[in-house]
Design a protein around this ligand. Sequence first.
Ligand SMILES: Nc1nc2c(ncn2[C@@H]2O[C@H](COP(=O)(O)OP(=O)(O)O)[C@@H](O)[C@H]2O)c(=O)[nH]1
Ligand SMILES: [Mg+2]
Length: 444
Amino acid sequence: MVLDRLGSSLKDALKKLAGKTVVDRAAVEDLVKDLQRALIQSDVNVKLVMRLSQAIKARSLDEEPAKGMSVREHVLRIVYQELVGLMGPPTEVALGKQTILMAGLQGSGKTTTTAKLARYFQRKGLRVSVIGADTFRPGAFEQLASLCQRINVPCIGDPNEKDARKIVREGLLKAQTAEVVIIDTQGRHGLEDDLIQEIIDLNELSKASHRWLVIDAALGQQAQEQARRFHEAIGIDGVIITKMDGTAKGGGALSAVAETGAGIVFIGSGETSDDLERFDPDGFISRLLGMGDLKSLVERAEEAISGSAEELDVNAVLRGKFTLRDMYKQLEAVNRMGPLKQIMSMLPLGSVEIPDGVYEVTGTKMVRYRIIMDSMTKKELDDPSTINSSRTHRIAVGSGAQVEEVRELLRYHKTMQKALKGFRGAGGGRFDMQRIMKRFSGKQ
Ligand SMILES: Nc1nc2c(ncn2[C@@H]2O[C@H](COP(=O)(O)OP(=O)(O)O)[C@@H](O)[C@H]2O)c(=O)[nH]1
Ligand SMILES: [Mg+2]
């Protein structure tokens, strides 16, 4: 994941609040100091850091923790909200017909990102064409053409043509059947006037629906100046920050760009065409703080529910009271949602260890469990602890299963129950997805 270092220092800072029962000034000040250090190391502008730490301090001490909320949760929620605010508003990426003009200095990652975007839209089922209009850098067209060839996207251009305007004019005619057209342009080492004039012209003649600026994350807070200059010239409506994998300054670049009001649409984090992530401030910060991506978990849970005839309560996935029936229902739900391991990684489990066996209940095993459970009495299903050795034998005989298999089912139930207990402990109360969602979205 990007920004590992910032993430782990933020997590360490928040750990200090675990177990506190009152919000005391010294603890909050300590936390804020750690936060400041982490953010400044990530090259976030000092003024922004100060503003943010003031807000966190004041809110943590002045606001009443909501009923039932632990001190750690109270402060965590505030830190979370303030950091999300630092990342700017969420952005939209439409999936209709559109022309995207790429802007940015040489070496920022425009050409690579053009191919990444082509791949992104292609995966969404759209017909994509790319126009190579960098007439400055030697071999620019070949670089783009080879990236496009790998992902099977048409690349339009002419390596011998020196007039970028002509390439774009003619390229757009050739790309008429495409739904998404992405125009790669030249960059220079600095923002020279004729470079700016060219991008203004290309923007006008292509009537681009979007002007996306590509910026290298290693610039840290200096990214702001570039964003401003390009914005003045052509009205940037989306920024892509690249090379997040190779720098500790990503936090600085993100916050500096967010401050200009230009929305961050994507993050690049590697050299292949698949190393592109949609940027979503909520999800990004939750993951940074190690809270798991609550929003995407809920979305996936909803996807899993839709289409299934049976009404499924999201909370049933990990509910407090835990009968064998609950366990079975949860297994069904989890099977619908996808790999359990992935789901778990999105939950705010903190330090809870999930035993490995929990991930390994497959579809066939579930059928076996179902048959075994059919041989149990209602009371046994509700409270499996009443199942002693002679009952185990009776159930095995009744379901045509091995005694060991019945034991395995009971062991499995116990393991999961234990894991859930630890989980509820870590969450500071009964686990309730909707409650957690409400808390972290600030709508209490
Ligand atoms: N590690 C990493 N390298 C990148 C990323 N994006 C681009 N690059 C590399 O940065 C260099 C310059 O990229 P390029 O697309 O040619 O930049 P352009 O001059 O703006 O078109 C190339 O070596 C790319 O492989 C990224 O997100 N992560
Ligand atoms: Mg290029």
